[in-house]
Ligand binder design. Structure first.
Ligand SMILES: [Zn+2]
Length: 239
């Protein structure tokens, strides 16, 4: 009974080791993909912010142009009125108004000129940011493809290992499964042999008396040092 359980546990551990190896082959790829996704997001935000600034500048210029047209129309009307004034006072009043109009027009010209310069600068910034974002996107696409190819190569193997694992686990009592999964949180090689009187997981010495008891297969022993499940070196394993 215990012998059979230990054999099952050792077989499951073997599967877990294979799964871990497959995972390791993916290496830093999943992490790299995550980092690149973040980079693309941040670069996209920068591009959007610059675009928003450009839109604001264009809006400012459009408003300025509308105001300039209004002023020009008004100026034209005032010039016409100036022909029909009845006295000098009226003439002076209109002259003054035209003067103030012209001042405002000069300011608007300056505003339009400065928006042109700002737009040019922002456009340069935008182009650079867009190029960087595009570059990050392409790097991400490359890495994603690499990860997908590698994952799908492994997928079949992983699926078959997982299904074998489930079958083997089903043959074990619930309490042992719980214990196994608990130890696995700390050690992937959950079940290990005792080699040269030491735990093959952490290399701590196992008392000879325990090894003697272990060989009677009456109960499952754990390493006092690391908590891994132990079995005698000479036990026949299924893998
Ligand atoms: Zn140990």
């Amino acid at each position: 009974m215990v012998l059979e359980q230990l054999q099952l546990l050792s077989a499951i551990t073997h599967i877990d080791n294979e799964l871990a190896e497959l995972q390791e082959e993916l290496g830093d790829l999943p992490y790299e993909v995550k980092l690149l996704e973040k980079e693309v997001r941040m670069r996209q935000q920068a591009v959007d912010t610059t675009q928003k600034h450009i839109d604001d500048i264009l809006q400012t210029r459009a408003n300025a142009k509308i105001r300039a047209q209004e002023l020009l129309d008004k100026e034209k009307k005032l010039s016409e009125q100036q022909f029909n004034v009845r006295n000098n006072r009226e003439f002076d009043a209109i002259t003054k108004e035209v003067e103030s109009l012209k001042n405002e027009l000069r300011d608007i010209d300056k505003t339009i000129g400065s928006t042109l310069m700002t737009e040019e600068n922002l456009q340069r910034v935008y182009d650079g940011q867009f190029e960087d974002m595009d570059d990050a996107r392409m790097r991400l696409a490359d890495r994603e493809q690499e990860l997908n190819e590698l994952s799908s190569e492994h997928n079949e193997e992983i699926t078959s290992l997982l299904s074998r694992r489930t079958d083997l686990l089903a043959k074990l009592p619930k309490n042992i499964i719980v214990q196994y999964e608990h130890i696995k949180e700390y050690h992937n090689d959950t079940t290990v042999p005792v080699r040269k009187n030491c735990c093959a997981g952490c290399f701590s010495a196992v008392p000879p008396q325990r090894i003697v008891e272990m060989r009677t297969y009456k109960m499952i022993f754990t390493c006092e040092s690391c908590g891994r499940l132990l079995y005698p070196e000479e036990m026949q394993t299924n893998t």
